[in-house]
Ligand binder design. Structure first.
Ligand code: SF4
Ligand code: SF4
Length: 350
């Protein structure tokens, strides 16, 4: 659909949240008992953090939970009873989600509907409406300005302008949200796209050349580059980069229980882990740098080759939270030939 634009006065956001709770299972940013910013289910708007600050964990768990039961089974006499996952009871509204988290869903949808339709994931996606809040300033380590990921699958985006939010509606789900609470919204009759562009320039989130998509040709030539070993072997395989990432989606399947009863679980997995590709007699990625190289090349070469978009929205979390400060953006620039000097200075050389 063609985008539509509305105004939402800043003092109406709380009412929008409270009224939406009657129709949706509303997920929003809030503070946990330790004061950390998390995506959760605050009971009132007083507990909502309607801010552009990025929580350490992305929003992906609402479509791809960290652990979920795929099937439960139980033996009764000679029969086996099996039950799949229960469908969510209510539609979810992700309220105030960062754009980099919201746009990630469209990117990973490709893999969940590629050779097999992943019903649990796709069901949750179909039932979720995204109401994103644009960042008024770049976040720590974020480089969304260097990746041209599409945002048109984000149902609505609220841009905080002087005194009101300029709300851009991009999908039918977004339109339904605005129509439901239409008395809170006014039509925007100014040049909305010009206002958005100005906002993004000021925030530092407008796209800047060279985009990291242009590193692809260089990366394809750099698979055997000697510096991978030097630059990526500090990785300790902790998986923090993967778990905090909105686009990492690899999972493991495990069974637990007995012949009488049990369940099959899906859990997040990470390619930098030592056992990720281990087979009984062989580990094809036998060194840690190869595992890190896989993560980077999957995101910036293999995934776009198969599906189109980079498997990254530039949120920067994998840089911020990496305990050994590996910087994926700088590595893409270096191995992709956009910069001559490796991260950490010229000491490594080519
Ligand atoms: S790879 Fe890093 S910067 Fe890119 S989306 Fe994942 S966590 Fe964010
Ligand atoms: S790159 Fe950093 S965060 Fe990721 S697994 Fe390696 S050490 Fe952990």
């Amino acid at each position: 659909m063609a985008a539509e634009y509305y105004r939402l006065n800043k003092d109406k956001v709380g009412e929008l949240f409270e009224r939406a709770r009657a129709d949706y299972d509303v997920v929003a940013k809030t503070r946990d008992a330790n004061g950390n910013l998390v995506y959760g289910r605050p009971a009132t708007f007083d507990d909502v953090a309607f801010v552009d600050e990025q929580p350490p964990m992305s929003a992906k768990a609402f479509a791809l939970p960290q652990t979920e039961t795929l099937v439960r089974y139980e033996r009764e006499d000679e029969k086996i009873r099996a039950e799949g996952p229960e469908a969510e009871a209510r539609d979810v509204l992700l309220f105030g989600v960062n754009i980099c988290d919201a746009a990630a869903f469209d990117i990973i949808d490709h893999v969940f509907k590629w050779d097999y339709l992943d019903d649990p994931y796709l069901g949750r996606r179909a039932d979720a409406t995204l109401f994103a809040l644009a960042c008024a300033a770049v976040q720590q380590d974020c480089f969304c300005d260097r990746i041209s990921y599409a945002e048109d699958g984000v149902d609505t985006v609220a841009y905080p302008l002087e005194g009101y939010y300029l709300v851009k509606v991009q999908t039918e789900k977004g339109r339904k949200l605005v129509e439901r609470y239409h008395d809170l919204f006014d039509a925007e009759d100014g040049d909305a796209e010009a206002a958005i562009n100005t906002f993004r320039e000021k925030a530092g989130t407008a796209k800047k050349e060279p985009l990291l998509e242009s590193a692809r040709a260089g990366l394809e030539k750099a698979f055997e580059h000697a510096d991978w070993e030097i630059l990526a072997s500090t990785c300790i395989g902790c998986g923090i980069c993967t778990y905090t990432c909105p686009t990492c989606h690899c999972f493991d399947i495990q069974d637990e229980g007995s012949a009488i009863a049990g369940r099959r679980l899906r859990t997040w997995d990470h390619c930098t882990g030592r056992t990720f590709t281990a087979m009984p007699a062989h580990q094809p990625r036998d060194r840690q740098y190869k595992r890190y190289r896989q993560r980077l090349l999957h995101k910036f070469w293999y995934y776009p080759e198969r599906f189109g978009p980079l498997l990254c929205t530039g949120c920067g979390r994998c840089i911020t939270y990496c305990p050994v400060k590996i910087n994926i953006k700088e590595l893409v620039e270096y191995f992709g030939g956009l910069k001559d000097t490796p991260p950490g200075g010229a000491r490594h050389g080519k």
